[in-house]
Design a protein around this ligand. Structure first.
Ligand code: RIB
Ligand code: CA
Length: 318
């Protein structure tokens, strides 16, 4: 039985690589892709998702999602240098002409599709948690229909927007707070492991050699990310694909269960993920946190997923 997933994403460069890899995961039934404001405005993240599905010849529903975080802040996009003006680096996909957006907004799509699967639905969230928080606020019974949420976000040490906050959570901390308080089984893949999930020109050349649309697109995005890494080590961080691995290939990492929450106030700490790694809280653990990563295992797995996605895609597009 395939595991039904909805991918909620702010498609972006690494989100796209996660989607490409997901298309190569035989274990997954991708029920739909919901878009959220994050790396770039929702009008771009949703269009990227639709264009990507048409370009790959995949008829997977794509839904619009939240334009703004719960706080209403209009200052929650990343610097255009990171993902490019429209979110796909310097890649321009052909504008979708055949596929249309699903008529439902993300929160409704998530609720209705999860309800149909009677508690088997899992979510992969690779952008701000806004859509999930809206769905939880609108549907009191949603949590009983969600089996597990895997998200890329936060960190047990440091940040990337500033010294304490990672972008996805910084962009909408109230949303993560709502999700962590919901009681839905949740796995967090933070910068403490995803900053180590690197791919270099070696993997870029390997993935490009597959020759499929999936491989060439992933390689182009990798090239863009490698050239822009601020770490100066010419390696692209596979933040979002690592959250996919937590769901599909968990053995490439180690995990601990902790109590955690999102810091929503604090002049300097808003967006911080307060993970109780010293177990001082009286609260029961509410999140499984990735703590260690086997990088070669992950990297090999990711390359293989993209190869398989390309083989399936080329077959479909014949
Ligand atoms: O901090 C990394 C996260 O922020 C990734 O999901 C990336 O796509 C951006 O959304
Ligand atoms: Ca993302």
């Amino acid at each position: 039985m395939k595991r039904p997933f909805i991918i909620d994403c702010d498609t972006g460069t690494d989100d796209t690589i996660a989607i490409l890899a997901a298309l190569g995961c035989e274990e997954m039934e991708i029920v739909g892709i919901t878009s959220v404001n994050g790396n770039v405005a929702e009008k771009h993240t949703s269009q990227n998702n639709l264009d990507l599905m048409e370009y790959l010849g995949r008829d997977i529903p794509v839904a619009h999602g939240a334009w703004l975080p719960l706080s209403g802040s209009r200052d929650s996009n990343t610097d255009p240098k990171i993902h490019g003006k429209t979110g796909l680096g310097n890649t321009e996909l052909p504008h979708a002409v055949k596929l249309q957006f699903d008529p439902r907004i993300a929160a409704t799509f998530i609720y209705e599709e999860a309800k149909k699967r009677k508690g088997e639905m899992e979510l992969l969230v690779t952008g701000p948690m806004t859509n999930i928080a809206i769905a939880l606020a609108e549907h009191d019974d949603l949590k009983q229909y969600i089996k597990h949420i895997y998200f890329m976000g936060g960190s047990t040490v440091g940040g990337n927007v500033n010294s304490t906050a990672e972008f996805n959570i910084w962009a909408d901390p109230e949303a993560l707070h709502a999700e962590l308080m919901s009681g839905i089984p949740t796995t967090m893949v933070g910068l403490n492991v995803s900053n180590r999930a690197v791919m270099t020109d070696i993997q870029e050349q390997r993935i490009r050699s597959y020759g499929s649309r999936e491989g060439i697109l992933a390689a182009d995005l990798l090239l863009y990310m490698i050239a822009r890494t601020k770490f100066g080590d010419y390696a692209a961080r596979m933040h979002d694909p690592l959250a996919l691995a937590a769901a599909i290939y968990p053995e490439c990492m180690e995990y601990e269960s902790y109590y955690g929450d999102a810091e929503c106030t604090g002049t300097y700490t808003r967006g911080h993920t307060a993970i109780d790694i010293f177990r001082k809280s009286q609260n029961d653990p509410n999140v499984t946190v990735a703590t260690e990563i086997n990088v070669p295992l992950f990297s090999e797995w990711l390359c293989e997923r993209i190869r398989i996605a390309g083989e399936k895609g080329e077959e479909l597009r014949k």
